[in-house]
Design a protein around this ligand. Structure first.
Ligand code: NAD
Ligand code: DAU
Length: 351
């Protein structure tokens, strides 16, 4: 079986659902259930003998040791993290704790587990660390794209903490020979993303008749990757990636934020006609230290492992908008409780 951390979050839950749709290999999902988790996302797996949930913190060494000993996974796929840049500006310590200490604890527990394996079990074991393109900092309009040899230049507490976790993952390969793989991907979007991130936030606010808050001039560029394509890339790297290597994953879809928001408004006009959604766009104070542009050159992954994204931004965004409109109960569920306090904290002060 494989062990997935953070499987009740956005990408982890999509990864588990896709994995079990394609394989019968069991999955144990280790998640502490922060505000970003929604266990109901995986309700379709209730009673499925291939799926087990363990509520645990990756910073808790004893709990992780016990889970590894109990399930004896052949691989660890590590998604668990604090993942939202704006939250890292308001409260950086949680990012240092989970992303650095938590990843370090998971690596150390996994090393201890892997060291005791023998024969094929030891040589085939993999630890796949899921990371982000934000560790490489910000590109200018005339710069090329990030590659596996780009310099680490993180600019936010989030990206700095992810950079720290990448360095630890790399060090475990170089120092201990542990079969570690690192993937760095661009902005994901798709079903089941918590509506604090740009695309789901704009869809749910547009639908609810609320403001669509664009930071600064809205000309910051992100390279949008459909979550299903990200999951297929991770499966491929797990299957055939070379330990010790970094693989960049991108969607080949660079877009300025304002274009993304206007496209969502257009789709909303098609699916729920009767309103001019663009009227809801509101320019608000910019994010401090806001990175201007991210873009990914994924040619290494294409050349070595034959992967490229299958979804265009147009088709991926249509599917995503439809999913949010068709899953109002899921949206209402995640918008209860803590979400309201976050919206208050992040947006009221922006004016
Ligand atoms: P998310 O915030 O939606 O989910 C994170 C999950 O991790 C949640 O279920 C949460 O409960 C769990 N978690 C947090 N702290 C934990 C801890 N201490 N112990 C156990 N579980 C814990 O995140 P996401 O968007 O699904 O991102 C998954 C991974 O992919 C992260 O490592 C993130 O840095 C990386 N990433 C995300 C994107 C993106 O666009 N979302 C892009 C590049 C990389
Ligand atoms: O690049 C990969 C990263 O993408 C991941 O590592 C992070 O986990 C993920 O959260 C994402 O980071 P971003 O900061 O790029 O994503 P976010 O959705 O928060 O913002 C996308 C862009 O939209 C960014 O330029 C800020 C802008 N934005 C965001 C919000 C929430 C707005 O203009 N208004 C908003 O309300």
């Amino acid at each position: 079986m494989i062990l997935v951390t953070g499987g009740c979050g956005f990408i982890g839950s999509n990864f588990i659902l896709d994995w079990l749709a394609l394989h019968d290999e069991p999955v144990v999902n280790v998640d502490v259930l922060t505000y970003a988790a929604n266990p109901k996302t995986l309700a379709s797996l209730d009673g499925d003998s291939r799926y087990t949930f363990e509520r645990a913190d990756i910073c808790d060494r004893a709990a992780i040791d016990a889970i590894l000993a109990k399930y004896q996974p052949r691989a660890v796929v590590h998604f668990a993290a604090e993942s939202h840049v704006d939250r890292s500006i308001h409260g950086p310590m949680a990012f240092m704790q989970t992303n650095v200490i938590g990843t370090g604890t998971l690596l150390e527990a996994s090393r201890n587990y892997w060291k005791a394996l023998t024969g094929e079990q030891a040589t085939k074991f993999r630890f796949l660390h899921v990371s982000t393109d934000e560790v490489f900092g910000s590109l200018g309009p005339g710069d090329g794209k990030f590659t596996e040899t780009s310099q680490y230049q993180p600019n936010s507490p989030y990206s700095a903490s992810k950079a720290g976790s990448d360095h630890l993952a790399r060090a475990y390969f170089h120092t201990y020979g542990m079969p570690v793989l690192v993937t760095n991907c661009s902005n994901n979007y798709g079903p089941r993303q918590f509506p604090e991130k740009l695309i789901p936030l704009m869809i749910v606010n547009a639908h609810a008749g609320k403001p669509l808050p664009v930071y600064g001039d809205g000309q910051q560029i992100r390279d949008w990757l459909y979550v299903g394509d990200h999951c297929s890339a991770i499966r491929r790297v797990l299957e055939a990636g070379r330990p010790g290597e970094l693989y960049l994953i991108g969607g080949d879809a660079e877009k300025p934020n304002l274009d993304v928001v206007k496209t969502i408004c257009r789709l909303m006009g098609q699916y729920v006609p009767g309103r001019d959604y663009e009227q809801q766009i509101t320019y608000v104070a910019d994010r401090p230290g806001h990175d201007r542009r991210y873009a990914i050159d994924f040619s290494k992954l294409e050349r070595e492992l034959g992967w490229r994204p299958t979804e265009s931004f147009a088709t991926g965004l249509e599917k995503t908008v439809r999913w949010y409109l068709d899953n109002a109960a899921w949206v209402a569920d995640v918008q209860s409780g803590e979400y309201k306090q976050w919206v208050e904290k992040n947006y009221v002060a922006r004016g």
